[in-house]
Design a protein around this ligand. Structure first.
Ligand SMILES: [Fe+2]
Length: 132
């Protein structure tokens, strides 16, 4: 590839990044730019999608339950939930098909901080931090 092509590709990538509003990481999203990992407080380009994409966590009856209040169809659905420890260890996961309800339950872990994740096939990766 010629230097000119490399330059043009780099310039296009930079322009695309700027037009998408790439900005620095927040405390909620760790080291990633906030347009890669979304939270209710920092929904980035998906600010109208918080209610149907940010995972909701309930701790009761010996279980942590993660729910995503998202419609499910073959074209648009929640793909997976995970329960992740503060150190990044995945403590549980549930994969969904379009026919499933996007809800998963896990045994209550030890007291501490955790992350619930939910991935939409169209609206990316969402995280909710919570404490047990
Ligand atoms: Fe979605």
């Amino acid at each position: 590839m010629s230097n000119r092509r490399v330059f043009l590709k780099s310039a296009l990538a930079l322009a695309a990044g700027l037009s998408l509003g790439v900005h620095k990481a927040s405390a909620e999203t760790g080291p990633f730019p906030s347009n890669i990992v979304y939270t209710a407080d920092d929904p980035g380009q998906w600010d109208k999608k918080v209610g149907t994409h940010a995972p909701q966590v309930t701790v009761a009856d010996g279980k942590v339950t993660i729910q995503t209040k998202h419609p499910m169809s073959s074209a648009h659905y929640i793909v997976r939930h995970t329960l992740v420890g503060a150190d990044g260890t995945v403590l549980g996961a549930q994969v969904f098909t379009p026919e499933d309800k996007p809800e998963s339950s896990y045994d209550i872990p030890a007291k501490g901080e955790y992350y619930a994740t939910s991935f939409c096939n169209l609206h990316d990766f969402w995280v909710t931090k919570f404490t047990v």
